[in-house]
Ligand binder design. Sequence first.
Ligand SMILES: [Cu+2]
Length: 122
Amino acid sequence: MAHWKIAVSALAAALFAATPELPSAGEAAAAANSAAVSIDNFNFTPPTLVVAPGTTVTWTNADDSPHTVREKDGKFKSAALDTDDTFSQTFTVPGEYEYFCSIHPRMVGKVVVKPGAKMSSN
Ligand SMILES: [Cu+2]
């Protein structure tokens, strides 16, 4: 894991070196801070999403059934999402945010906000 992060950092540094205007690594990370969760077949995918603080997460309902995204303590909640509707939430405070679908409470997911987390598309 540590080696992977070093490799990514090195790659990022190489990319920045080739760019005329050199953003700091922090600025580059902030600019890229978005992530997606799909709601499909009564599942949140990925079920656990790890993001850096400042990331905007967008849920998209790919199901024919309506779903919601509701944090277990009510920190955020969407309206009912019909097919192809989206809901976005920006996470600034590190922590673990467990959420569920209030229409189908067995549908659960989690967003983990962790400083230094790299963008992940899986
Ligand atoms: Cu649902």
